[in-house]
Design a protein around this ligand. Structure first.
Ligand SMILES: *Cc1c(COP(=O)(O)O)cnc(C)c1O
Length: 377
């Protein structure tokens, strides 16, 4: 069994993907071909945001957002402690200080109450200037923007949505990648919408930021002259082949994959309801795109042993994530390391992610669940 079955997906979409690739090869417009603009328009429409600017990967997308806001040394950027490294790495790359905030133990997402406490603490200490929040849609579930947005407004902070895992999720019908002042996503192959290499995108309704982002992802070019460089930027573009691959994948995602991955989640929820694991929670009105299906093991289970026993039965599992951000070696001795995040520490010790993708069948789910039940018995 595959953890995320990209081979199966390719079999299903092969004709359209191969045709898209062949078209790019024939045109030889490998950079900034017309497919890139077409994809950006489709992504912006799907998400319901005015501007989509594609770029080289999801990490660059966050860095581009930080650059557009002038995030710099002396700024505090609030980031959930339970996430992938990029969420805090990018503000730190710009010289700012990531302030790690604990998460909700059932949704795995930024805890709005702890966010406000952290902002107040940083303000009182007076060492760093609160500047922005990077909220993360972990495992496909949008963060609680209905409560996070008011906190940002109360303290005058910019809100970025890191939807690298969140693409396709929604809150009361409003799509992920539309909740931030700027939102970002990743097209890394294993993400909900993945390409066949690296890729990413930035979304915003703000015209000025959009123009700035288009400039800095191509060496700070001016709006209509590539060889007139008006600021320092970077080279961060989605190449034409990846755009051509993403268009049929976006169509399949919107037509049935998002529905099917939610059906797979329902199957797990039903089959695991009395297995003794803590299951992920999707609050009322929220929809997840299930980048991961992440359970929590009872404290007395040795996770590595369970993983080995499942692996022996042909079931791959993963630990997302084994280490809180504030304990990463990169932050040793810095203010970022001083975070108090007991929920994240407990989650890092107990989480286990199961095989998850839109092509998972009821038979697959049954196989995973009976293997888990046998191993736990
Ligand atoms: C994958 C991921 C990123 C980075 O995306 P890349 O395309 O791999 O650079 C950022 N944030 C989160 C939460 C992610 O899961």
């Amino acid at each position: 069994m595959q953890f995320r079955d990209l081979k199966k997906q390719y079999q299903v979409l092969k004709n359209d993907i191969d045709a898209g690739i062949a078209e790019v090869l024939a045109s030889a417009q490998f950079i900034s071909g017309p497919q890139v603009k077409a994809l950006e328009a489709q992504l912006a429409e799907y998400v319901g945001v005015k501007h989509c600017i594609t770029c080289a990967n999801g990490t660059d997308a966050i860095t581009l957002a930080m650059m557009a806001w002038g995030v710099k040394e002396g700024d505090a950027v609030f980031v959930p402690d339970f996430t992938f490294f990029s969420s805090g790495e990018c503000p730190a790359f710009e010289g700012a200080t990531p302030v790690y905030v604990d998460v909700d133990e059932r949704t795995f997402n930024l805890d709005p109450v702890k966010l406000e406490e952290a902002i107040i603490k940083v303000k009182e200490e007076g060492r760093y200037t609160p500047k922005a929040v990077v909220a993360v849609d972990l495992f496909g579930l949008p963060a609680d923007y209905t409560r996070i947005r008011p906190v940002c407004e109360k303290y005058g902070l910019l809100l970025m949505e890191d939807a690298a895992q969140g693409f396709g999720g929604s809150i009361n019908g409003k799509m992920a990648c539309s909740f931030g002042d700027i939102s970002t996503t990743s097209f890394f192959p294993a993400k909900p919408l993945g390409c066949y290499g690296d890729g990413g995108a930035v979304f915003t309704d703000n015209d000025e930021w959009a123009e700035y982002l288009r400039s800095i992802c191509v060496h700070g070019k001016s709006a209509n002259d590539k060889y007139n460089n008006i600021r320092i930027g970077m080279n961060s573009r989605l190449d034409t082949l990846q755009a051509a691959i993403l268009m049929p994948k976006l169509k399949a995602f919107a037509d049935y994959e998002l529905d099917d991955v939610n059906k797979a989640a329902d199957m797990y929820m039903e089959a695991l309801k009395d297995a003794g694991l803590t299951l992920p929670l999707v609050p009322e009105g929220f929809r997840s795109s299930w980048a991961q299906f992440t359970t929590q093991l009872p404290a007395d289970i040795v996770r590595a042993d369970l993983q080995a026993a499942l692996k022996a039965k042909g079931i791959p599992t993963m630990v997302y994530y084994p280490k809180p951000m504030h304990l990463q070696g990169a932050f040793e001795g810095t203010y970022s390391a001083e975070a108090d995040c007991p929920v994240t520490e407990r989650l890092c010790a107990t989480v286990l992610s199961l095989p998850m993708h839109p092509y998972l069948t009821q038979e697959d789910v049954n196989e995973v669940v009976s293997a888990i039940k046998e191993c736990l018995a």
